[in-house]
Design a protein around this ligand. Structure first.
Ligand code: SF4
Length: 482
């Protein structure tokens, strides 16, 4: 940074630019962000003065210096502070890999149209994880240097292979007797098959649950068909049992936005509140697995999702203003990145990407993937993100494989066209699997990328409300600090 371009001469003092990016707003303001994502809005004339290096307004110079966008020549403190913050934001890189996903079966008794996996019917055999594979996967998870290990069970429906879930939990606890890591266990399940035995096991081993709730009864059951057409009722009955026996916070819910959800965001949020959930993730459908084959009637574009998200967020702000606390999970993750130096470690919003270094996926057949989405691609014949095989490859083999390192390097937002100049780069992520799926390479073309457009809509909404609405500002700060 020593030989930065002079920004201006003001009051006899030379100012130098520090790395900054900008984005124009419709109302004439310009967003400036520094290299750690701290932001400042300036008006049109102020931006002209900055870009033409004619800074004369002492108040503007003070604001620019306070956000480490310019500095006095030789001034070291802003550079040191930026370096400390940048290092803090990347701290998780030394901590890899904390999330370990176990696909214990591909079988499921639901047949959700948007299902992200290529699920199999109950009667199909050969799609369950064997005890040998489960043991090898646990052993691989402990090769990671991370002091925290989260074991998440997925499917299919993981409750259909409880012997594998049990084995993984007990084996992890046994190994941890000498390892001393911080362990967490989560079963991602539709809960339709939850019984007393599973609950007792979860209680003994401190296992939590994550389930699906798409909103009102008609919408949920249409999205998530199962024999008896009673998916929602079964899920909510199981949620009540979990809360009763394990505690209220031992179960969380996720929703998926389908074409049928559009225009119904208020009802969806109300249904979360009615059922005791204070967190909702207004999640778009993903372009993987079965979901990739969604019919035209069921598909929707980014603008339709952005309207859905915006209406939902307006309602959430309104509810909070009325004293009803409710958090939109994705916004809370983004706000943590915008307003603090903490890295929430959310795999889709990190750069370098979170594949492999944030999460590893052990498939029922012993194949190891860089992400759950990479595993879903493999189910449809694309093995790009397959890192290796349990029993054949070591942890070092997986983590240094070209299937991991190439997409990590190629998709790094600090060097990708458009991202490297984008004012939102520090809030965003790389997501090479999404771009490989939709554009055929790990980078994609950002003007056509649904990932990019969707994130920009979220970043713009949050910054707009943060700067224009004192109540939203206070609420967003509280979400970021959680
Ligand atoms: S994906 Fe889009 S919003 Fe994200 S950093 Fe790249 S250009 Fe910016």
């Amino acid at each position: 940074m020593r030989d930065r371009i002079p920004a201006a001469t003001a009051g006899g003092r030379q100012l130098q630019f520090l790395p900054l990016r900008f984005e124009r707003w419709d109302d004439g303001r310009v967003l400036l962000t520094n290299m750690v994502g701290e932001h400042l809005f300036v008006d049109g004339p102020e931006f002209e003065a900055l870009s033409q290096r004619r800074l004369t307004d002492p108040a503007l110079i003070r604001r620019l210096r306070a956000k480490h966008l310019v500095r006095l020549p030789g001034e070291q403190l802003p550079v040191d502070l930026l370096a400390v913050k940048y290092r803090t934001q990347h701290q998780r890189l030394a901590d890899s890999t904390s999330l370990h996903l176990f696909v214990v079966t591909l079988r499921c008794e639901h047949s959700c149209a948007y299902c992200q996996v290529s699920r199999r019917n109950l009667a199909h055999t050969g799609f369950d994880m064997t005890p040998e594979t489960a043991r090898a996967a646990v052993s691989m998870a402990f090769r990671s240097p991370s002091p925290r290990l989260k074991f998440e069970f997925q499917g299919g429906e993981p409750l259909l292979n409880m012997p594998a879930v049990r084995l993984v939990v007990e084996e992890a606890e046994r190994i941890n007797g000498t390892e001393g890591r911080r362990l967490a266990f989560v079963i991602a399940s539709n809960l339709a098959l939850l019984d007393d035995e599973v609950l007792a096991f979860a209680q003994r081993h401190d296992v939590s649950f994550s389930t699906s709730l798409d909103g009102p009864e008609d919408l949920h059951n249409r999205n998530r068909p199962r024999p008896g057409r009673d998916s929602r009722q079964r899920t909510l009955t199981a949620v009540a049992h979990i809360r009763e026996q394990l505690g209220h916070d031992r179960v969380s819910a996720l929703m998926t936005t389908t074409a049928g959800s559009l225009g119904r965001v208020r009802e969806i949020i109300d249904s979360y509140l009615e059922n005791g959930f204070r967190h909702i993730f207004l999640r778009p459908v993903s372009p993987y697995g079965f979901a990739r084959r969604l019919s035209r009637r069921r598909a929707y574009d980014v603008d339709a999702w952005a309207d859905f998200y915006t209406e939902g967020m307006e309602y959430i702000l309104e509810l909070n203003a009325r004293g009803v606390p409710v958090v939109e999970t994705y916004s809370a993750i983004v706000l943590k990145k915008m307003l603090t130096n903490d890295s929430p470690g959310y795999v889709d919003l990190t750069s370098p990407a979170g594949i492999g270094i944030g999460a590893l996926v052990y498939n029922y057949d012993g194949a190891v993937y860089a992400s759950d989405e990479g595993r879903m691609l493999a189910e449809s014949g694309d093995f790009t993100f397959r890192l290796g095989q349990l029993g054949q490859d070591s942890y070092a083999d997986l983590m240094t494989s070209a299937a991991l390192l190439d997409p990590l390097e190629e998709s790094y937002t600090g060097s990708v066209p458009m991202c490297c100049d984008c004012a939102f780069e520090r809030y965003c992520g790389a997501d090479p699997v999404f771009h490989h799926t939709t554009a055929g390479d790990p980078v994609g073309r950002k003007p056509e990328s649904a990932f990019c457009r969707r994130n920009k809509a979220v970043f713009r909404f949050l910054l707009d409300r943060y700067t224009s609405d004192p109540h939203a500002r206070e609420l967003f700060r509280a979400w970021a600090a959680r």
